[in-house]
Design a protein around this ligand. Structure first.
Ligand code: BG6
Length: 459
């Protein structure tokens, strides 16, 4: 990589929930690895001061059990805090002072998309946009039109090659493994098409709600929070045409090509849900119709996938916190040997969260005299030892100027296109109970045999 490294890290949204859960641990890890040897400037609206941000960072590290005294001491020496007013460009001048001699700052913006343009303009006003990089959190805008307009507006301050549209799913070891597994096992890849695959199903279930981030979430909802980005990128990894050349840049293009083939979702193929009690959360509008659950059925308009349904489901406050992506192959039409029923369909289940595993359902003979059998599961578990956490991986790449594991502009716009019509349609958000699998109505768009509810792995 011959692009120069960034030499200052400016962190917008440093007091938010994402910072606490994911970003401080990632920054400490980068610092420990010697990749963040530069001023780190945390930015927020409240005038809390540098000591308070150091205390917040420490608390986050304590909570994620990643605190290390020596490493933190080095890290916190470089960490300062600046309060800004997004409507007052002159407040950004203090950022320029805080980065000192740095000439190639990277700004990471973990804020809602409606302030991205203002942040970019104010950074430019303060002289922090030239030779600089801008990493923008998802969701990037709220539909395909606004995503296009946002990119165009940002170009007044940052060229395309300085923009990094982050999707932390792309930095997940488990998501990368989908592509590797397909590429490195030609036996399975030979059957990875409409001739053999009956359907693909992804469930991203979370057993927690929106506490602490209700204000952000209520303006966004499940589709814009995780489906348009994380889950569609997972679909891209499951379905893309493997590029002949290696490297992440080729995969980035392959994902965009696949996303451009996903058909627009009709509103009949979408069911939205809202968990009971959501409207009572502080920060949520009393008459909110925001969905905390979505179930949908997509198709990919390509010779390889025509007619194969891709079922997607996600929700907050569901029964478990597990994400599974299952590729279900066509079952045999007739029973074999002494079986009375056709054997179960083969499936591959990729566990994307919380652990890293692949399970293959195959049929084996049942003990006894008759030639009859039953399905069993072969499970391949991977340890996460040695894996970089997604934000450590991706923010480290951005500091190095490598955007190949970021979403391309085209990928973002194509994935918004899929949802444009359905998001405009005025649909009901069906109420479901906390700890359930979402509203009954979700079955309307799910597999004929019902959604597969992920279960925690056996020890
Ligand atoms: C974030 C969403 O992008 O992804 C959250 O905003 C969601 O609502 C999270 O909980 C899930 O990510 P992970 O890596 O914990 O599965």
């Amino acid at each position: 990589m011959n692009t120069p490294r960034s030499d200052a890290f400016i962190f917008f949204g440093a007091t938010g929930d994402l910072a606490t859960k994911q970003i401080w641990p990632a920054l400490l890890a980068l610092s420990k690895a010697g990749r963040l040897d530069m001023p780190i400037v945390a930015v927020g609206r409240k005038d809390i001061g540098s000591d308070a941000i150091r205390a917040k960072a420490k608390k986050s590290l304590d909570e994620s059990k990643t605190f290390e005294a020596d490493a933190f001491e080095q890290f916190s020496k470089r960490l300062s805090y600046v309060a800004v007013d997004y409507d007052d460009p002159s407040t950004f001048d203090a950022l320029k002072v805080a980065v000192g001699q740095a000439r190639r700052p990277l700004s990471y913006v973990a804020l809602p998309p409606d302030v991205f343009e203002k942040v970019a303009a104010n950074l430019a006003h303060a002289g922090l946009a030239s030779d600089a990089r801008l990493v923008l959190e998802k969701p990037f805008a709220h539909d395909s039109e606004s995503a296009k307009a946002l990119s165009e507006a940002l170009y007044a301050f940052f060229p395309e090659q300085a923009l990094f549209r982050i999707d932390h799913y792309l930095g997940k070891e488990q998501v990368e493994n989908i592509v590797y597994f397909r590429a490195a096992n030609p036996l399975f890849e030979a059957a990875w098409n409409r001739e053999h695959v009956a359907s693909v199903e992804i469930t991203m279930a979370e057993n927690f709600g929106v506490k602490g981030r209700a204000e952000f979430y209520d303006a966004v909802g499940a589709i814009r929070d995780v489906v348009q980005n994380h889950l569609l990128e997972a679909v891209a990894c499951l379905a893309l045409d493997l590029p002949e050349e290696g490297g992440h840049a080729a995969l980035r293009g392959a994902r965009t090509r696949l996303l451009s083939q996903v058909s627009e979702l009709s509103h009949e193929s979408l069911v939205r849900g809202q968990v009971r009690g959501y409207r009572d959360e502080p920060g949520v509008a009393k008459d909110s119709s925001t969905e905390t659950f979505a179930a949908l059925r997509l198709f990919i308009d390509s010779p390889r996938w025509a007619g194969v349904p891709f079922y997607i489901r996600t929700g907050k406050s569901l029964a478990v916190s597990i994400t599974d992506a299952t590729v279900r192959f066509k079952a045999a039409a007739h029973p074999v040997l002494d079986d009375r029923e056709p054997a179960a369909a083969n499936t591959f289940r990729f566990r994307l969260s919380p652990d890293n595993a692949i399970a293959l359902v195959a049929n084996v003979k049942s003990p006894g005299e008759a030639m009859i059998g039953e399905p069993g599961e072969l499970v391949l578990r991977r340890s996460s030892a040695g894996a970089l956490k997604p934000y450590e991986r991706l923010l480290g790449d951005a500091i190095d100027g490598d955007a190949s594991m970021y979403a391309e502009r085209g990928a973002v716009e194509e994935s918004w296109r899929v949802f444009d019509a359905a998001l405009k349609a005025d649909s009901t958000a069906y109420i479901y109970e906390e700890g359930s699998w979402g509203p009954e109505e979700a079955n309307r768009v799910g597999p004929e045999t019902g959604w597969a509810n992920p279960a925690p792995s056996a020890p």
